[in-house]
Design a protein around this ligand. Structure first.
Ligand SMILES: Cc1cc2nc3c(=O)[nH]c(=O)nc-3n(C[C@H](O)[C@H](O)[C@H](O)COP(=O)(O)O)c2cc1C
Length: 159
């Protein structure tokens, strides 16, 4: 089964986790990027006028620079993102809507400063579709060791 790590990362923390998973499971990797890149001021999450807040409150789709053309080639997807407002960033929802996850196994991973991933995984489940099979969901911190991440990734492939 071909594997793919897909991730969005605004400040590089999730990206590091994604790279560790990629190396561990020997997969391809794809970065989800917005058409309009986030500036530092867009990420000031306590500022109601910042872009991140407007996207969340307005439930806005976030146009993506490039989609994955060959999704059908992959059977196992690791999908990663930072937790934003106790949820996945809107760009992840936009990404999911633009791709077909039927019959795929999916392992969700996130990084955050404290919030967990369980409720987010529940929300994503309905967007990913009935026949997508979420095999696990795990939140890591910036300080989580490479070994812990690698061990989790290996476990996911056995599900
Ligand atoms: C817009 C925004 C909202 C955030 N909301 C949360 C949150 O609800 N809970 C939390 O623990 N951390 C929150 N964070 C912190 C990030 O989840 C954390 O720093 C993450 O590791 C960043 O990953 P990245 O570098 O891959 O973007 C938020 C950060 C931003 C920019």
């Amino acid at each position: 089964m071909k594997k793919l790590v897909v991730y969005f990362s605004a400040t590089g923390v999730t990206e590091k986790v994604a790279e560790i998973i990629k190396k561990t499971v020997n997969s391809s990797i794809f970065e989800v990027t917005p058409e309009v890149p986030y500036k530092d001021s867009d990420l000031k999450w306590l500022n109601p006028l910042a872009r991140c807040n407007k996207e969340k409150i307005g439930r806005k789709d976030v146009p993506i620079a490039r989609n994955i053309d060959n999704m059908r080639d992959y059977g196992f997807i690791f999908l990663g993102f930072p937790i934003w407002y106790y949820n996945a960033p809107n760009i992840i929802y936009t990404f999911i809507k633009g791709h077909d996850f039927s019959e795929k196994k999916i392992a969700l991973f996130a990084t955050s400063d404290g919030s967990d991933i369980e409720k987010t995984a529940e929300k994503l489940k309905s967007v990913l579709g009935e026949s997508a099979h979420i095999v696990g969901a795990k939140r890591f911190y910036e300080s989580t060791s490479r070994e812990v991440i690698a061990e989790w990734a290996r476990q996911m492939l056995e599900q």
